[in-house]
Write a protein that binds this ligand. Structure first.
Ligand code: ZN
Length: 244
């Protein structure tokens, strides 16, 4: 049976999820991303469970910066230091939302935290690719060891440079696939198999199976082989970039 990992999900009540049910359909793991500080504790406890199904990323999402409480950075660093398997996420930029200047500030400081603590980062970028490229370039030696561009919207032409310069991976969600745009279609075609990831971006973890099928159809590659490659990529991410 093919194996899948949901590389980027959001679950309100993680303890209510029946991981046995996922395992029976081949889904062997999921990385829960935080949007705000009040979600960190739940994600940390899920990532400590013995069955090793859930992993976690903690951070402040660009939609939630107005909710951040004083000294959040110190607490983020502390939690990441205490829990060495956690990644940083979800962080990023969203031009369709308010407070863009503050978003930039929060984003850069979390990139640096990920760099200092050597954690990969899950990045959200909507309508702000010029700024994203500018920040990653300016931030140069203080970027995370690898980046997951979740629900990637940057287009085919940015893939090679993001991969080469920032060790980026590209994750596709139901949002990418539903009424797929020409841009998204071309991105999927151009994403090298060893950089492809799948995500639900929600609590519907089983969605990754459907996305896998559609990506295989677009790339016209052997389904079993491609899903196996995506699974291997996911293991690297789940192990915070470690290949072993
Ligand atoms: Zn997300």
């Amino acid at each position: 049976m093919s194996k899948y990992i949901d590389i980027h999900c959001h679950i309100k009540d993680i303890s209510s999820k029946d991981t046995e049910q996922y395992l029976s359909s081949g889904i062997v793991g999921a990385i829960c991303n935080a949007t705000a500080e009040d979600e960190w504790a739940q994600i940390i406890s899920a990532s400590e469970l013995q069955n090793n199904f859930f992993s976690g990323a903690i951070g402040i999402h660009p939609w939630k910066i107005h909710e951040a409480k004083a000294n959040w950075e110190e607490r983020l660093i502390q939690k990441l230091q205490e829990n060495t398997k956690l990644m940083v996420g979800e962080i990023g930029l969203d031009k369709t939302k308010d407070n863009f200047d503050f978003q930039i500030e929060y984003f850069i400081s979390q990139l640096k935290i990920a760099h200092i603590l050597s954690r990969g980062a899950h990045i959200h970028c909507v309508g702000a690719w010029d700024k994203m490229l500018y920040i990653l370039k300016e931030n140069k030696k203080q970027n995370p060891p690898f980046i997951v561009f979740h629900s990637y919207t940057g287009g085919a032409e940015l893939i090679k440079q993001l991969q080469d310069k920032y060790n980026a991976y590209f994750s596709y969600s139901p949002r990418t696939i539903k009424n797929i745009s020409k841009k998204a279609y071309e991105s999927i075609l151009m994403t090298p198999a060893d950089r492809l990831l799948l995500e639900s971006d929600s609590d519907k973890i089983t969605d990754v199976i459907q996305i896998a099928t559609q990506i295989c159809e677009i790339k016209k590659e052997d389904k079993e082989k491609l899903i196996d490659t995506i699974y291997k990529n996911s293991i690297i991410i789940k192990n915070n970039g470690q290949t072993k």
